[in-house]
Ligand binder design. Structure first.
Ligand SMILES: NC(=O)c1ccc[n+]([C@@H]2O[C@H](COP(=O)([O-])OP(=O)(O)OC[C@H]3O[C@@H](n4cnc5c(N)ncnc54)[C@H](O)[C@@H]3O)[C@@H](O)[C@H]2O)c1
Length: 345
């Protein structure tokens, strides 16, 4: 790949393509955006005009383009697996948004397609790339708060209707296209983050996942989950689309030597409180949120392009995406069966 531009196509030209994938590809000196696709052609056209690219009618047309070396899959959740598998089969490195799929079988099929094609599959779990979470990982690895005993994490906001290009009548609220609501939009991000920070798997879940308040749609707008790790610790994960006003995008880890608070302090996104009274404050910038329009760099595109250029498999791989999805699937199963559910590892 030395000295060659990585030519990409964006499949889906809605909000995540508009706010993150397209601007971050465009800002990358080694990338050329070749084509945009959307089932609503005007959306693709708008981005194509802005970034000097072309449009093609369908994803099949995009992945058939010889000039395209990699694709971003930025469409509703139910289409992630079929489109990613087709792209990989066509020999394109694939960056797929989260949640990566609607089932463990689909996720495994995506990974198998990536392995067979010898092309990378990366999943858009951007939370672990955020500076506060990178710092937190370093503090945990350095043993600053000791052994983590329990944890709580929350990703909650008023809902995706002000974010999605389709608004309140869009796919986010339609089970056939979204498969899950707040748990697929938000909960899966925190499942990935917990696995990353704790450095171990979540193996068991008990959860309430339900549609409590939104006037529209047939997917969950709230979830409260108990999670157990493989080493026997446990904690909670909540996701909500009815946290109104504002947002709760926070994680607190309770260790044997102290507490690590992430995103709870408006100025210092990482706070360490040690037993004995010492406090450490780290100012690492605001978290990138949907509310803020996601204007700062997520790091996802840079990581994807770096993988392609260096031939190094992405850290946030298909397998990582499958494990995070597995936590969500176990929560759904627990809610359905009213039993604890094992995570498919
Ligand atoms: N990583 C993150 O933080 C983050 C944030 C928001 C959304 N997402 C994910 O990104 C994906 C897209 O979400 P969004 O916010 O952009 O939604 P959106 O509603 O704003 O846009 C989705 C777009 O996909 C298009 N589309 C639907 N089916 C298509 C198809 N078969 N072919 C081509 N285009 C198609 C729609 O017309 C629409 O323009 C979702 O999976 C979502 O979970 C990730």
């Amino acid at each position: 790949m030395a000295n060659k531009k990585v030519r990409v196509a964006l499949i889906g030209s809605g909000s995540i393509a508009t706010h993150r994938h397209a601007p971050e590809y465009a800002a990358h000196p080694d990338v050329e955006i070749v084509a945009f696709v959307d089932r609503v052609p005007e959306r693709a056209q708008k981005l194509a005009s802005k970034y000097g690219a072309t449009t093609v009618p369908t994803y099949q047309d995009a992945i058939a383009l010889d000039s395209v070396y990699a694709v971003s899959v930025c469409v509703p959740n139910a289409f992630h697996a079929p489109i990613s598998i087709a792209a990989l089969n066509a020999g394109k490195h694939t960056l797929c948004e989260k949640p990566m799929a609607t089932s463990d079988e689909e996720a495994r099929a995506m990974i198998a397609a990536s392995e067979k094609a010898g092309k990378f599959l990366m999943i858009g779990h951007n939370q672990r790339l955020m500076p506060l979470h990178v710092k937190a990982k370093q503090l945990i690895t350095d043993g600053v708060i000791g052994k983590i005993i329990t944890f709580k994490t929350s990703f909650s906001h008023p809902g995706p209707e002000s974010w999605s290009i389709e608004g309140a009548t869009g796919w986010f609220f339609d089970k056939k296209q979204a498969f899950v609501g707040s748990m697929g939009d938000l909960g899966v991000h925190k499942a990935d983050l917990l696995r990353y920070l704790l450095g171990e798997e979540i193996v068991e879940a008990a959860a309430f996942v339900g549609h409590l308040h939104k006037p529209m749609g047939d997917v969950d707008d709230n979830a409260v989950c108990l999670l157990r790790t493989e080493s026997g610790g446990f904690g909670t994960l909540t996701s909500s689309w009815t946290h109104n006003p504002g947002e709760d995008n926070t994680t607190t880890l309770y260790g044997s030597k102290g507490i690590l608070r992430l995103g709870t302090n408006p100025q210092f996104s990482v706070v360490v409180e040690l037993i004995g009274g010492e406090k450490q404050y780290f100012e690492l910038g605001k978290m990138q949120t949907n509310e803020s329009g996601g204007q700062s760099d997520s790091g996802v595109i840079k990581a994807f392009i770096k993988s392609i250029q260096t031939g190094t498999p992405p850290e946030i791989s298909g397998e990582e995406g499958r494990r995070a999805l597995g936590v969500i699937l176990a929560c759904l199963k627990s809610n359905e069966t009213k039993q604890f559910a094992r995570v498919e590892l």
